[in-house]
Design a protein around this ligand. Sequence first.
Ligand SMILES: [Zn+2]
Length: 104
Amino acid sequence: MSEKSKKKRGRKRKDHDQACPNQNCDIYRIVNHEDVIRNGHQKNGEQEYKCNQCEARYNRRKGTPLGGLRTPIYVIVMAMAMYMCGVGVGMIAAVTVKQSIPHT
Ligand SMILES: [Zn+2]
């Protein structure tokens, strides 16, 4: 009998790999710094993070090509899937625009 399977499976601490995106911040780009915390979720369902050093709030998309985009991620994924299936761009736009503009 070996005891190599004794590893704990508990909740990991600070496993978010997020760093402050604020260039003026003391902990800019320091991943998993204790002052970068989860701060609930945004309206679009994205996990929000907050930097306790500079009070910056951001989500995982910040600094990526999707940063600042308001379109829900599932619409983007759907559009890409449609494109790969050979659906025309005009058709994709027609469908996704309906998804991203709220019914008024
Ligand atoms: Zn910061």
